[in-house]
Write a new protein. Structure first.
Length: 100
């Protein structure tokens, strides 16, 4: 029982010491607030200069190429296509077996 009381007293003393140190340290100064912008005096005189530079550096618009018509897909049914792919795979397998 005495160990528990001693341990609790140590925790309480440590907490009190930490709180005392925290209160003793000065608080950091708040961050400065940025100054309000000057009243609206019209457009920035540098804006036109920057717009001119931007216009000079902009690439010329390229004419869009005419779209080529898509090639028509062969008029084969899924079954015909499956058979063609299957036969092609078999031929490749036969070639591999012959070369082994």
């Amino acid at each position: 029982m005495r160990r528990l009381a001693a341990w609790l007293a140590g925790v309480a003393a440590g907490t009190a010491a930490a709180e005392a140190l925290r209160r003793r340290r000065p608080k950091p100064a708040p961050a400065p607030v940025p100054a309000a912008p000057p009243p609206d005096e019209g457009p920035d005189p540098r804006a036109e200069e920057l717009r001119a530079k931007l216009a000079e550096s902009a690439p010329e618009p390229k004419p869009e190429p005419e779209q080529e018509p898509e090639p028509e897909a062969p008029a084969e049914t899924p079954e015909e296509r499956r058979r063609r792919v299957h036969d092609s795979g078999r031929a490749a397998l036969d070639e591999i077996e012959r070369s082994s």
